[in-house]
Design a protein around this ligand. Sequence first.
Ligand SMILES: C[S@@+](CC[C@H](N)C(=O)[O-])C[C@H]1O[C@@H](n2cnc3c(N)ncnc32)[C@H](O)[C@@H]1O
Length: 387
Amino acid sequence: MTPGARVAAAAAILDTIREGTPAEMALTRWARASRFAGSKDRAAVRDHVFDALRRWRSCAVLGGGESGRARMIGLLRGEGTDPATLFTGDGHAPAPLSPAEDAAGAPPQGLDALDLPDWLWPLWQDSLGEAAEACAETLRHRAPVMLRVNTARMPREAARQALADAGIVTVEAAIAPTALIVTEGARRIAQSAPFLEGLVELQDGASQASICELPDVTVEKILDFCAGGGGKALAMAARFGRAVTAHDAAPDRMKDIPARAARAGARIARADMAAVQAAAPYGLVLTDVPCSGSGAWRRAPEGKWALTAARLADLTASQDAILDRAAGLVAPQGWLAYTTCSVLDCENRDRIDAFLNRHPGWSLSRDCRWLPGPEGDGFYLSVLARH
Ligand SMILES: C[S@@+](CC[C@H](N)C(=O)[O-])C[C@H]1O[C@@H](n2cnc3c(N)ncnc32)[C@H](O)[C@@H]1O
């Protein structure tokens, strides 16, 4: 596909997303219907679509309209590319700009320029203070591809070498002693020997850092209460060199854990609630709760536009309920860790303060927040100690 044809494909996909199709589904449907598109074409179209989703508001203002075509015009203008160079009408490229399109569009201002929803701004500012604008700006750009080295198997430097042998270039990240940033060859990771042999896993830097900040547990049992695909359970198994119990209210989400654990040489047993309760208490329970994802909107930008005040209220209620439930599983003198990939206080420190008000006999031991940046997403960790 020519660069212009890729832009035309992205514009059409953005229209289906506007009509309500989730981005991943819209991309998959397009790829199935476009057998002529090679892997580089698919990657380029995907990048266009996700860039436009990250900058949804500013693209519309710069492009002078809400359609996929207008947003692609806006995206190119925002990147300093004259749309006329790609909107040529040649082959499968989009038709040239009309005089009206040429004249439409303006530099975005305020929240259009920051690409945040209006209703969210007061909460955003209260939570982030002076960092509010910089944080919004960071989320307008792509996230780094990051790997966690399974240091239970190999030191970080040796893993870097093994990755380089597979054509994957990385640099060490300061955020965590396990973290690497991929600078070249990201698309080779899933088929590479270091990945297939469990030496590395894809995991954001701040998630890795949060596991490094957990208190030491030497003999006690460890439970990942919201295990999902098992990213944190695997990281805890590597950090502590111990077995981890994994639970999730949606057990299907844990279906990849056995294969991932086998690759990594980790002992992770999946457990339903009855089994979790039968094996209680635990020395450490991690609750990596469902959240707005506001710290990770670079990776999942649709979430930025789908979040509403009502949805946020539902999330905070379920965060409280999960904390209450998990607290009952923690041994005396044990730890309850709470994490979100959100930067909003209402999902972070406010939930912990509310928990401490409801539960005498607990105290706050550690409280960390990472802002989105070159080494990771926005993330929050709180560690609560049971007396
Ligand atoms: C942020 S995701 C977990 C991601 C995972 N820890 C990882 O690192 O890959 C949150 C998970 O919490 C689960 N969940 C939601 N409500 C829950 C509940 N009441 N009890 C346990 N898990 C719950 C969801 O199904 C979802 O998989």
